[in-house]
Design a protein around this ligand. Structure first.
Ligand code: PEP
Length: 250
């Protein structure tokens, strides 16, 4: 059975103390959310250990926002999958459009990151999505299909079973513009079909999240779509009550 998940990507926001308070508020609100909905938060690296203490023993899963493509060694400034696991992470976001756009992350690097993360026991939240030019040129299905093929087609079925996909149209991230439920559903269905072309029935089990200006006011309509299994939430994840309200939208 595929899971319903609401994951909060805090990006480069909050101090450690603010992050701990936010995590406490999310943990307090989580009792309202049905147990069928999985909750994940992805604070910055510096916050992981103290936030792990807050969410340890709760139902909230801890995620990083990125992880290194190398196992260990002389890679100054990088954080490895082993380090994330030792800090309490079960997940890591990989291939977020901000990493692709501002830090030159490519599909080739992402193959290494995804495989390494899975080999260390992390579930990647693997992000795909087209930019505005690609959407306006009607290339969004092709762009997203290529991202999936270039990275996820290199995985075995056992590895693929660990992956959560997040469809995040770049033009909708942090812009206040949301894909309509119909736009999101048609591309989520396409993503599931692309996964099925390689992995068969496993595609039905894969959780596919929508991300891009998802908020309490639009989450219900999005989550009602048959191929949208939840959300990757940016801005609205910085307010515990909005994050919880989104999680209550199934
Ligand atoms: C994100 O970047 O993962 C995201 C979905 O951001 P926002 O919700 O702020 O658009």
């Amino acid at each position: 059975m595929r899971k319903n998940i609401v994951a909060g990507n805090w990006k480069m926001n909050t101090t450690v103390a603010e992050g701990v308070e936010l995590a406490k508020a999310v943990a307090a609100g989580s009792s309202e959310v049905p147990s069928s909905v999985e909750l994940i938060i992805a604070p910055p690296f510096t916050h992981l250990v103290p936030v792990a203490e807050v969410v340890g023993g709760t139902r909230i899963g801890l995620s990083a926002q990125n992880c290194a493509d190398k196992e260990k060694g002389a890679y100054t400034g990088e954080v490895s999958a082993d380090m994330l696991v030792s800090a309490g992470c079960k997940y890591t976001i990989l291939g977020h459009s901000e990493r692709r756009q501002y830090y030159g992350e490519t599909d080739a690097t992402l193959v290494d990151k995804v495989k390494l993360a899975i080999s260390k026991g992390l579930s990647p939240i693997f992000c795909v999505g087209e930019n505005l030019d690609e959407r306006e040129a009607g290339r969004h299905f092709d762009v997203v299909s290529e991202q999936i093929k270039n990275v996820l087609y290199t995985l075995s079925a056992d590895e693929m079973a660990k992956v959560i996909i997040a469809y995040e149209p770049v033009w909708a991230i942090g812009t206040g513009k949301t894909a309509t439920a119909a736009q999101a559903q048609e591309i989520h269905a396409c993503i599931r079909k692309v996964v099925a072309d390689k992995f068969g029935a496993l595609a039905e089990e894969i959780t596919i999240l929508y991300g891009g200006s998802c908020k309490p006011g639009n989450a219900k309509e999005l989550f009602a779509c048959p191929d949208i299994d939840g959300g990757l939430i940016g801005g609205a994840a910085l307010k515990a009550e909005d994050f919880i309200a989104i999680a209550l939208s199934f």
